[in-house]
Design a protein around this ligand. Structure first.
Ligand code: NDP
Length: 680
């Protein structure tokens, strides 16, 4: 059998392992299948390549360009994923496990790409929040903006998800506009290497945007500076060692960490045997213990159940575990494959023995279990092992030792406050789940335990058909946790992108802010276009292009007609005496919606043209009542343009309705879809 030389991709070149290479064994057979690593690594050239080649290429692209690039990349991987499945069996993972790693990684990249198109502008500066009024007259404003860091993101990944682990970090990094150096865990780096090869082969990525280090990182981390980011997933010990490196501390290098986590699941006290919640709980616990052979950063390690249900839970979980076929990961009948390596197997056994000091093993014997169709001697197999801790209040190991395999401990609680105190004894986790049909319990857990957990997952009969599972980090939601879980945060939609950008508070005049942000800010200059803005295509319209309409007087007949036509005969519009008693009104006033309708009547150009549809309005505020006899006019200004499809884009207009005294009556943002080209 040939041994694969897993290469590194350094400054645009694939490099073979050298004398510093380490051997990598197949998890299920123990046979050496690959070697990876180099003593000699030109880290100066790597950083230089990222900063001088990759970074400028990415920064020249807009967020939408980068989002389209990510989508194309994800679709390319989708078409070529069989290669990754084929290799992943050697990591001990089953086909079902590959769906989490490979398909999960591709899906994450697609979601981040879609968030980039929908929630970020088609430009180079991301705005964080709205404009802040810093002066009385509005000549000095503030806006938080985010721009990409100028350095490189070093991604150090754990062995358990060689594809997802890379893509969940890579997608936000590239979307931010930062190049990456990926360092996968050596044990499974051959899968990551294949994925990087596919991405490079696709021709979609600009040069210098991604490099790969298989094996050790040499002095890479010592060469990082303030514009770089280290994003780490792995053990708490390694995280501590790396994040306390003097260079990283001195240069304030951002360090994002995901590490060991004693995640827990609570069975609500309403969820007794016979309820759908009890069944969901058993199913989730079993799935979390056995998927990826328990090597999941979010897996359930502590099973917290009412004292009265301890026996029922142990019995139900044990019977499902007993039905779990352990064996050759390639065999479709196998439910649980091997651990990644013999050293991981030894580590899990050692940790399980430590748990055994405080808890009794009630299921699974590492010295007596069946392995189907595989080499039980040389493969890194273990059975699922369930423990019961009778005194969780005085135990410590069960709350602070993560056996990173198919191992979990059941513990009983008296009441929900006790359950909360136990779940928090993990001192910070990625996720805690609660299976309950009682919303009051959910609220108590959020208030009592939210601060200790990066994610709280509730499931019950109402959500079970669509719930995504305790252990699935979703690209839309944050993944990370406080304390023992590392104190970091990833994903969470655009939040995850911002880890690779600098937030800067920009202060200045409205014109300065309009230029910096690419969005028109109230108070800055407007320009009059050559014709009515509704006659202008998406591309013709300029930011700040504006229209001031003629006036329209509002009569008492207008108010009454509108009231009867719509059925809105609210007293403030119809009953002078009642309106006078209301502190907001000087007597009968026009409906706000009447003013909006009149405003549209004033600013639209009626003929067929590039404006395709009115798709909504935002941030509407009525600021002054309008009485019969008052006149209104409208200022319509192009605020922001965002391409949406191949043929049209969204225009956001700033709309100001003013009365005859020049006072603002209403202010809002109007959304229209405008064609790129004029109709033939
Ligand atoms: P490690 O902490 O040993 O390794 C994580 C990553 O760090 C690997 O890529 C590793 O590379 C790298 N690394 C280790 N030392 C250095 C160094 N000095 N400089 C640069 N990079 C370094 O974790 P493992 O992946 O081996 O997993 C071990 C334990 O981590 C598990 O048993 C589990 O407890 C925990 N873990 C937690 C996860 C979570 O998110 N909560 C996820 C996965 C693991 P190399 O492989 O080449 O040593």
């Amino acid at each position: 059998m040939t041994v694969q030389d897993v290469q590194s991709f350094v400054a645009g070149q694939w490099l073979e392992p050298d004398s510093g290479a380490r051997d990598i064994a197949d998890a299920a057979t123990g046979k050496i299948i690959a070697r990876a690593g180099r003593d000699r690594l030109d880290t100066t050239a790597m950083i230089d390549h990222s900063v001088t080649v990759g970074s400028p290429a990415l920064k020249a692209m807009t967020f939408h360009d980068r989002a389209r690039m990510l989508k194309a990349l994800a679709l390319y991987l989708q078409d070529h994923k069989q290669v990754l499945y084929g290799l992943s069996f050697s990591t001990g993972a089953t086909q079902k496990d590959h769906l989490i790693d490979v398909d999960g990684g591709i899906g994450t990249m697609l979601v981040i790409a879609s968030k980039g198109r929908r929630e970020m502008p088609d430009s180079h500066v991301y705005l964080d929040g709205g404009t802040e009024m810093l002066s009385r007259k509005g000549s000095f404003l503030g806006q938080h903006v985010c721009t990409p860091l100028h350095g490189v993101a070093v991604h150090i990944n754990a062995f358990n998800f060689p594809v997802w682990g890379m893509l969940e970090k890579l997608a936000p990094t590239l979307l931010a506009g930062m190049p990456a150096i990926v360092k996968p865990a050596t044990a499974t780096c051959y899968v990551t290497e294949a994925c990087v090869r596919l991405m490079l082969q696709s021709g979609i990525l600009p040069d210098g945007t991604i490099q790969l280090v298989t094996g050790g990182t040499g002095d890479l981390l010592d060469r990082l500076g303030s514009q770089d980011v280290v994003s780490f997933t792995g053990s708490a010990d390694t995280a501590f060692k790396l994040r306390s490196a003097p260079t990283l501390l001195r240069e304030s290098v951002r360090f994002v960490a995901e590490q060991d986590s004693l995640n827990a699941s609570i069975l609500g006290n309403d969820a007794v045997p016979g309820t759908p919640e009890f069944d969901i709980f058993i199913k989730e616990v079993h799935r979390e213990m056995t998927t990826k052979t328990g090597q999941k950063c979010t897996a359930i390690r502590r099973i917290i159940v009412p004292d009265s249900q301890v026996d029922a839970v142990i019995s139900a979980v044990s019977s499902k575990l007993a039905d779990t076929t352990i064996g050759d990961p390639r065999d479709p009948k196998t439910r649980m494959g091997a651990l990644v390596s013999q050293s991981q197997r030894r580590d899990v056994l050692e940790k399980a023995n430590a748990l055994g000091q405080e808890a009794e093993r009630v299921f699974g014997d590492p010295d007596a279990f069946e392995v189907q169709g595989a080499d039980a001697e040389n493969g890194a197999f273990l059975p699922p092992m369930l423990y019961h801790c009778a005194d969780p209040d005085h135990a410590t190991t069960v709350h602070d030792t993560e056996a990173f395999g198919p191992v979990a401990t059941v513990m009983g609680y008296r009441d929900i406050d006790h359950a909360i105190s136990l779940v928090n004894k993990g001192a910070g986790s990625l996720v805690a789940s609660v299976i309950t049909h009682d919303p009051d319990v959910a609220r108590e857990v959020v208030m009592g335990a939210g601060a200790y957990h990066g994610r709280l997952y509730f499931n019950n009969r109402d959500s079970m058909d669509e719930a995504t599972g305790h252990g699935s980090p979703l690209p839309h939601m944050v993944h990370g946790g406080p304390g023992r879980a590392g104190g970091g945060e990833e994903l969470g939609g655009v939040r995850g992108v911002l880890h690779y950008m600098q937030r800067t508070a920009v202060q200045g005049s409205p014109d300065i802010l309009t230029k910096v942000t690419g969005q028109w800010v109230p108070g800055s200059k407007t320009v009059k276009g050559p014709e009515h803005p509704f006659r202008r295509t998406f591309h013709d319209l300029q930011i700040g292009e504006s229209l001031t309409t003629s006036e329209r007087q509002v009569s008492i007949e207008d108010i009454e007609t509108f009231a009867h036509f719509t059925g809105d005969t609210f007293y403030a519009h119809m009953d002078e005496d009642a309106a006078l008693r209301n502190p907001f009104f000087p007597g009968r006033v026009a409906h706000g919606y009447l003013l909006l309708s009149f405003a549209a009547g004033l600013f639209v150009d009626p003929d067929e043209g590039p404006v395709l549809a009115n798709t909504g309005l935002n941030t509407l505020r009525f600021q002054q009542p309008v009485s019969a006899g008052d006149s209104i006019h409208v200022h319509l200004t192009v605020k922001k343009k965002t391409p949406r499809t191949d043929t049209y884009g969204e225009v956001r207009w700033h709309v100001l309705i003013r009365n005859q005294k020049g006072e603002t009556v209403a202010e809002y943002e109007l959304l229209t879809m405008n064609a790129y080209e004029a109709a033939a």
